[in-house]
Design a protein around this ligand. Structure first.
Ligand SMILES: Cc1cc2nc3c(=O)[nH]c(=O)nc-3n(C[C@H](O)[C@H](O)[C@H](O)COP(=O)(O)OP(=O)(O)OC[C@H]3O[C@@H](n4cnc5c(N)ncnc54)[C@H](O)[C@@H]3O)c2cc1C
Length: 429
């Protein structure tokens, strides 16, 4: 049977970073990726005449692992145009102003909602450190917002901002995720907002993925879906592809929270790793790219979690067209490839936009992802986080989903890939 020192299940960013870190130590590394491409939930694809990010996009210098990669590979960072107009809803009424007006409206709510951030998460790199966090973790973010007793305008606006961040119905998303994001941004909600949604790689995440893969020198196999892992004290045998087998001294499993429970492992994994797959994540939404006829002024628009598209903004401006990026809380409620449905969704704010083309990837129906960016349900963080990270014999686990600092982000994927590699190889000397 073929052998390797380490076999990595999944060629997303966590898996590729782990491969690079271990290959530097001179081990034989094989990456088995089920899909036909690398990058997992990051995917730069040519659509609507531009290179668009179907998945993970924005990153920031407050994200230490992402920024180290930006520096390492000399990647250029850019941003979309600044919004000149902002739309939001107060009940069914459309309000219009500039982005500062909207930010001013949500500021008191955001400040109160997040005022205990540093009490509960003083160290985002050690997010379970404070005793009693499980009580806070029972709250969903809708309950936390309702407790503020905001005016209707403020409540609508704050809910809209959070549904943009959390990509799911607010009563299914844990409040602790809001605290963790804000803790990672040193307690500032403004910085958290900037870190999660403004700056992106000029040449796409595809360039980053290719750089890490090439740098790793690992034996990377695509269309190599792992269907079974049997492990013992000495290593593991993985079955993949059309029944091929490989023996590994160590394995790193990088599957998303909603997927890992579906992989047969013998002896079985700690159920705190597999139960979250059954319970599912709180995030369950969509991301759409929409080309509209131009010229238009760049704009930002927020509706609510009950609308098919909750957040829309201009990301690229052409001379006679513009490309908008949009998010909705429920992938089942809109087909982002259907021009009519998308046009109808945009009418929430404006009926003057002519939609030329629209596209997106349905991550919720993609069996290799089954989620977008991770937002856990109430209780999942304190119940499962430590167990999700913990090695089991020769099996190790990496995923942006259970990173410490920026869980659910590209940064978290890099952090977790580094950690799993160091568990196997020990500290770099
Ligand atoms: C729509 C969307 C928007 C996002 N926006 C942002 C953003 O703006 N900024 C940000 O930082 N993050 C964002 N994210 C999150 C970010 O993309 C992810 O957190 C990160 O890419 C996760 O990397 P990973 O390697 O942990 O997991 P993944 O990328 O999911 O990698 C897991 C890999 O395992 C493979 N796989 C699955 N099953 C098997 C199997 N049985 N055998 C072998 N391989 C298998 C998958 O194909 C995949 O390649 C977004 C994600 C989505 C989907």
């Amino acid at each position: 049977m073929e052998t390797a020192d380490v076999v990595i299940v999944g060629g997303g960013i966590a898996g590729l970073v782990a491969a690079r870190e271990l290959a530097e130590e001179g081990r034989s590394i094989v990456v088995l990726e089920a899909g036909e491409r690398l990058g997992g939930r990051t995917w730069t694809d040519r659509r609507l005449g531009r290179d668009l990010e179907m998945g993970g996009t924005w990153m920031h210098w407050t994200q230490p692992h992402s920024w180290a990669e930006v520096t390492r590979y000399g990647l250029e960072v850019t941003r979309g145009p600044r919004a000149e107009e902002t739309y939001w809803l107060a009940g069914d009424e459309v309000r219009r102003g500039n982005l500062e007006d909207f930010m001013g409206l949500i500021d008191p709510g955001m400040t109160r909602l997040l005022e205990e951030t540093r009490t509960w998460i003083p160290r985002p790199d050690d997010p379970l450190a404070v005793e009693g966090l499980e009580r806070v973790d029972e709250l969903n973010i809708q309950q936390a917002l309702d407790a503020l007793d905001l005016s209707e305008d403020e409540r609508n606006a704050n809910e809209a901002a959070w549904v943009g961040h959390f990509n799911g119905p607010l009563d299914q998303c844990g409040f602790v995720s809001a605290l963790r994001w804000t803790a990672a941004a040193a307690g500032s909600w403004h910085l958290m907002h900037e870190a999660s949604a403004i700056y992106r790689l000029k040449h796409g995440t595809g360039g980053l993925v290719a750089s890490i893969a090439e740098d790793s020198g690992a034996d990377i196999r695509t269309s190599a879906r792992v269907s079974r892992i049997e492990h013992d004290d000495d290593g593991a045998v993985l079955t993949y592809g059309e029944g091929r087998q490989i023996r590994a001294g160590h394995v790193i499993v990088t599957l998303p929270q909603n997927v890992i429970g579906q992989l047969p492992v013998e002896p079985p994994l700690d159920e705190r790793k597999t139960l979250p797959s059954e319970e599912k994540t709180g995030s369950q939404g969509v991301k759409a790219w929409i080309r509209v006829k131009g010229p238009i002024k760049p704009f930002f628009a927020y509706s609510s979690q009950h609308h098919p598209l909750s957040v829309v903004r201009t990301e690229y401006l052409g001379e006679d067209d513009a490309v908008l990026v949009a998010f909705g809380a429920d992938a089942g409620r809109i087909d982002v490839n259907d021009v009519e449905q998308v046009t109808e969704a945009l009418r929430t704010w404006r009926d003057d936009l002519e939609v030329l083309e629209t596209t997106g990837h349905d991550w919720m129906s993609d069996e290799l992802a089954q989620e977008t960016w991770l937002i856990q349900r109430p209780g999942q963080f304190t119940r499962y986080h430590a167990a999700q990270q913990r090695p089991e014999g020769r099996l190790h686990f990496a995923s942006g989903d259970h990173a410490n600092i920026w869980a659910g982000f590209i940064d978290g994927a890099i952090e977790s890939g580094m950690r799993a590699a160091r568990e196997i190889a020990g500290p770099v000397r």
